[in-house]
Design a protein around this ligand. Structure first.
Ligand code: NAD
Length: 477
């Protein structure tokens, strides 16, 4: 197997250290071997991005459109191949993985269009004879630090927005599933992106990620990952005044009211809680169910959960792939054990054996856990959901908002009045009515509140708030 090398200034750079990834569906399979960067290489990558900045910042909209659109077309054409790589390295099922690559392709196509629409305003000045021009300029060198759970889509939506706005990039993908980030860099290179505009360095977060966050030569950092890492990065960036965007965890509620369509509510809960192995920041981890429908909902969930097929990500029969690694699997088991010890009941959650050795786990539903318990307050980030019984809609809304997080919140109801009230009063960045808490469009803003997010929104035309700076010019002819 060829070792995959870091990309710095258009060169492929090796190192003495290697990061090896294994297939979580079959631990006997090595998926990739990657050259591991250190602080020195991270600094070289930042220099390379700085050197490429002037030319890219002044590139025209047509060039940016062509490259971004071309990357999107290439990703679409290669979605089966890249989807298989993603499924092998991260463990989501093949259809989920192909869907993620296709989404990344559409993100590039969307931002190709955005490159043609930089915006701006021409206004009369309040001073006679003068005009005011409001324009946008690139921020400069941006550092992108990304997690393992969407290793194509998240780098894609950061890279595409950054490039459309004329920035140059150092990307530090997750060391858990880096393969697709290098594939993205290759696709952009093939689409004509000049050398040095996108640099990719792989390494440990505490080494390479920290080197990016601490560098005074990086103008902005966009990070997606856990709250703990996000807060550490915030402290690093504060000293340099680095522009910062953090997208972090969730403890997302799905409220099911008595008047909901039971079958649809159960499908929304199954999808939001367990698909993609529950490894989504928008996953429904708290199912808040009104008293009148509670028992019927639980019975239907039990029946539906028994039908879910957990297995190898490339097996066409599989609906739920493995957990990404042993560390996450052990963490999920600890959460379930703690819930049992606190008096909760747990359905499912067993570690499963399959013909190949992998991190397979049955989806778990936790019942009767106190709203204050860890399982209801901390992000588990796996196929685990907890059910909370609500006395009425008001109680359900209060439970939904009773969290340090505020990413996505859903409601299942036939009442437009309740749905609208929930939309207005949910303290979250995303509200989902009669649809799962996870599963998003690619052309609209994305982000949360409270500990889930910091800084401007990602995606859609709102992404330019982070990736550009506004200049106001007064012209006295
Ligand atoms: P993580 O915080 O462990 O790692 C994320 C990235 O940060 C990795 O590239 C890692 O190497 C790097 N990193 C780690 N320590 C660092 C440091 N000290 N300085 C700089 N970089 C460092 O998160 P993860 O386990 O990869 O991903 C799971 C988390 O991501 C979950 O909490 C999930 O909710 C969150 N997530 C959020 C969103 C969102 O958009 N809100 C989307 C996907 C995932």
């Amino acid at each position: 197997m060829d070792k995959i090398l870091n990309c710095v200034g258009g060169d492929f750079v090796d190192s003495d250290q290697t990061i090896v990834t294994h297939n979580p569906s079959d631990l006997s399979e090595v998926v990739g071997e990657y050259a591991e960067a250190d602080e020195t290489l991270a600094a070289q990558a930042i220099d390379a991005a700085r050197s490429a900045l002037d030319e890219w910042a002044w590139s025209g909209p047509q060039q940016r459109f062509d490259i971004l659109d071309g990357a999107g077309a290439r990703l679409l054409a290669q979605r089966a191949e890249l989807g298989a790589l993603l499924a092998r390295e991260e463990g989501k099922t093949l259809p989920e993985a192909i869907g993620e690559v296709a989404r990344a392709a559409m993100v590039f196509k969307f931002f190709a269009g955005e490159a043609l629409r930089p915006g701006g305003e021409l206004l009369p000045s309040v001073r006679p004879g003068m005009t005011v021009e409001v324009t946008r300029e690139p921020v400069g060198v941006v550092g992108l630090i990304t997690p393992w759970n969407f290793p194509v889509a998240i780098p894609a939506w950061k890279i595409a927005a950054a490039l459309a706005c004329g920035n140059t990039i150092v990307l530090k993908p997750s060391e858990v599933a880096p393969g697709c980030s290098f594939a993205l860099a290759r696709v952009l290179r093939e689409a004509g992106l000049p050398a040095g505009v996108l640099n990719v360095v792989l390494g440990q977060g505490a080494v390479v990620g920290q080197a990016l966050a601490a560098s005074a030569q990086v103008d902005a950092i966009s990070f997606t990952g856990s709250v703990a890492t996000g807060h550490a990065i915030r402290a690093q960036c504060a000293g340099n005044g680095t522009r910062l965007q953090l997208e972090m965890g969730g403890k997302n509620p799905l409220v099911v009211l008595d008047d909901a369509d039971l079958g649809a509510a159960v499908e929304n809960a199954i999808n939001g809680s367990f698909f993609q192995t529950g490894q989504r920041c928008t996953a429904s981890s708290r199912l808040i169910v009104e008293r009148g429908i509670h028992d019927a909902f639980l019975a239907a969930m039990r029946e539906r959960m028994a039908q879910l097929r957990v297995g190898h990500a490339l097996d066409p029969a599989t609906q739920i792939g493995p957990v990404v690694n042993q560390r996450q699997l052990a963490s999920h088991q600890r959460y379930l054990q703690a819930a049992r010890e606190d008096g909760a009941e747990v359905w499912g959650g067993e570690v499963l054996t399959r013909p190949t050795r992998g991190h397979f786990m049955e989806p778990a539903l936790v019942l009767k856990a106190a709203a204050s318990s860890a399982i209801n307050r901390e992000e588990v980030f796996g196929p685990v959901a907890s059910v909370l019984k609500a006395d009425d809609y008001g109680h359900a809304l209060a439970l939904a908002n009773d969290t340090e997080f505020g990413l996505s919140a859903g409601i299942c109801t036939a009442s437009l009045k309740q749905a609208q009230h929930f939309r207005r009063h949910s303290r979250s960045g995303l509200v989902m009515v009669n649809t799962p808490t996870a599963g998003l469009d690619y052309h609209v803003p994305f982000g949360g509140r409270k500990h889930s997010s910091h800084g401007p929104r990602e995606q859609g035309s709102y992404a330019r708030e982070f990736y550009s700076v506004v200049k106001t010019a007064y012209i006295n002819p």
